[in-house]
Design a protein around this ligand. Structure first.
Ligand code: PEP
Ligand code: MG
Length: 594
């Protein structure tokens, strides 16, 4: 039966595909297709791992001391029984043979199916066996981690998204597009899906500017977050339409609805093709005002996409993504100076002489270092107000110095701006600058070359926007982080879907802080940019132009649509209109009527 679920529109476009339910805790499991000729080997990989776990548990059971509580032996028996469960074995085989899922993906998919059945059981004892099944699956996954799949993933980077959509009509299982449905996905795990095959994303939780949503947007495929109980309502393999423009999901759609959305999908693709023609057009308003369109990136590998979209530089490299989710990938806890240096150099080389703004690490809040640290942070009542961004860096000077040295060294290879997040106190500014001097002195002592950097501060806390003169005394440029500026001005958690309706970029207080920051920088001849999601929101482009902004930094996928707005705008005329919007009690109404 067809039904719809409403959430928050995050990334435009329509995706139509079969649901793949992924438990939050399993998002870091590899997802790819294996070649049809190799499915037997893949099944063997699970079998070998499962047999090894059976041996392991059998050994543990044999070695139990005589006086061990008998519940322990009974528990091990349950685990052995689950390992030989027919439903688990045949299910895994099905996902591999018929769907060509890789072993880990097949195992976790089958686990989630069985876990749901456990959830529905009346009997409490049986319901609790879900935890045992989880432990057993975890053991098999751990075994398999040591034995990587011998084959190359068949499909990467959404390579066949277009052909997959046609697969819907052909009903060829291999070509059926897949959409990922999860309760929640951490930003780091979402980043892993950058190289994956999903045609769209849905999560139960999250706000429009949560970091998970931001990364989903950077994938440039339809996504809806904050869809409340979507992961409960949607079943594995259900057909789902994701309308990323309206923030709606349609589950089990009728053929008429499918046809309608198929049409919308093609319209969207045509619109994108039209926009693509603007790639080489300079961003200039009708009255000849040049506007700088920069890219936000998470990883050095994002630079080709930035260049392809016509970005004239990187306005925000969120360096924290080099620091996050490392444990699940078996990497060291933090990237050392050399690793960071190479990553920054890669971004600089990738931009082929264009400037790169590297923001120092912004860990904390909804960007935990790893899942465990995330849990620890949850213990704090207000992680967004806690040890985050520059506060985290200043709390660990050796870590911060390592990053500063890496950035300074990379600056010897190209134009680098160094941007500092979440500053608010004069003391933090002074400590940061003194550590920067210290990092230079360390490099001098080591005789290592480094380059000059332009120094910038993020304006993303109202207190910073209210003390601009202080900031402009120390910094060469400012970058307005509207995502946090809105969160902290309105006291609305940007990642909480239950208050997402109050997260208002057009609130007069927010607009006032943005307008003042732009005006003060322009008056002092200092650079100013917006690098929050507002910069990529086409409904805000004219207002920001009218307020005097000439530098926008956004995910590459939004650049051409924003450029289209700029090409149609007369910045001179927008000035008085922007002043009226600013003075209004209801700016959103004026924006809509413009
Ligand atoms: C912002 O707050 O607007 C910003 C760009 O930083 P982040 O989204 O990474 O917090
Ligand atoms: Mg921020």
């Amino acid at each position: 039966m067809t039904f719809s679920v409403h959430g928050l529109a995050v990334s435009r476009g329509i995706a139509i595909g079969r649901a793949v339910l992924v438990a939050s805790s399993r998002a870091d499991v590899a997802h790819y297709f294996v070649d049809a000729s190799k499915t037997d080997d893949e099944i063997m990989r699970v079998r070998v791992a499962r047999n090894a776990v059976i041996d392991e548990i059998t050994r543990i059971k044999l070695d139990l001391p005589k006086d061990a509580p008998h519940e322990l032996a009974a528990l091990l028996d349950v685990h052995l029984m689950l390992l030989q469960d027919e439903q688990l074995i045949t299910g895994v085989k099905h996902w591999i043979s018929d769907r060509h899922y890789n072993a880990e993906w097949a195992l976790t998919t089958q686990y989630e199916l069985i876990a749901r059945q456990f959830d529905d059981m009346e009997d409490e004892y049986l319901r609790e066996r879900k935890a045992d099944l989880e432990q057993v699956v975890e053991r098999i996954l751990r075994r398999m981690r040591g034995v990587a799949s011998p084959m190359q993933p068949l499909r990467q980077a959404g390579a066949s998204r277009k052909e997959s959509r046609q697969g819907l009509l052909l009903d060829d299982i291999e070509d059926v597009p897949l959409v990922l449905v999860a309760h929640d996905i951490s930003p780091a795990d979402m980043l892993q899906f950058k190289q994956s095959l999903f045609a769209g994303f849905v999560t139960d939780v999250g706000g429009k500017t949560s970091h998970t949503a931001i990364v989903a947007r950077s994938l440039d495929i339809p996504a809806v977050v904050g869809a409340r109980s979507a992961s409960q309502l949607i079943k594995q393999d259900d057909w789902v339409i994701i309308d990323g423009d309206a923030g709606v999901l349609i589950v089990d759609p009728s053929s008429i609805i499918l046809a309608e959305y198929g049409f919308k999908q093609r319209q969207g693709e045509l619109e994108r093709e039209r926009l693509n023609r603007l790639r080489h057009t300079p961003a200039m308003t009708i009255d000849g005002q040049r506007v700088e369109l920069l890219a936000n990136i998470e990883m050095p590998g994002d630079t080709p996409g930035a260049l392809a979209a016509g970005a004239v530089g990187v306005g925000l490299f969120r360096s924290e993504f080099l620091f996050m989710g490392r444990e699940s990938q078996g990497l060291g806890k933090l990237p050392d100076e050399e690793e960071q240096y190479l990553a920054y150099c890669k971004a600089i080389d990738g931009m082929q002489g264009l400037p790169v703004t590297i923001r120092t690490v912004d860990i904390g809040s909804d960007k935990p270092l790893d899942k465990l640290a995330g849990k620890a942070q949850d213990g704090h009542l207000n992680p967004a107000l806690g040890l985050r961004a520059i506060r985290w860096s200043l709390a660990d000077p050796p870590m911060f110095l390592t990053q500063l040295r890496a950035i300074l060294r990379a600056a010897a290879h190209g134009r680098v701006n160094l941007l500092v997040p979440m500053l608010v106190h004069a003391s933090e500014i002074r400590q940061t600058l003194s550590l920067l001097d210290h990092a230079r002195a360390e490099l001098d002592n080591r005789g290592v070359p480094y380059g000059p950097v332009q120094l910038g501060a993020m304006i993303e806390i109202p207190a910073a926007a209210l003390t601009l003169k202080l900031f402009l005394r120390y910094f060469d440029f400012l970058s307005i982080g509207t995502n946090d500026l809105i969160q902290y001005t309105l006291a609305i958690d940007r990642a909480d879907e239950s208050v997402a309706h109050l997260y208002d970029p057009c609130h007069p207080a927010v607009l006032r802080l943005i307008a003042d920051t732009i005006a003060e920088c322009n008056a002092q001849g200092k650079g100013v940019s917006v690098c929050g999601e507002m910069a990529g929101d086409v409904t805000m482009t004219r207002l920001l132009l009218g307020l005097g902004l000439r530098s926008f930094s956004m995910h590459p996928s939004q650049i051409l649509a924003v450029k289209q707005q700029i090409l149609r705008a007369d910045a001179g005329k927008l000035k008085s209109w922007a002043a009226r919007v600013l003075a209004s009690d209801d700016p959103a109404a004026l924006l809509q009527s413009a």
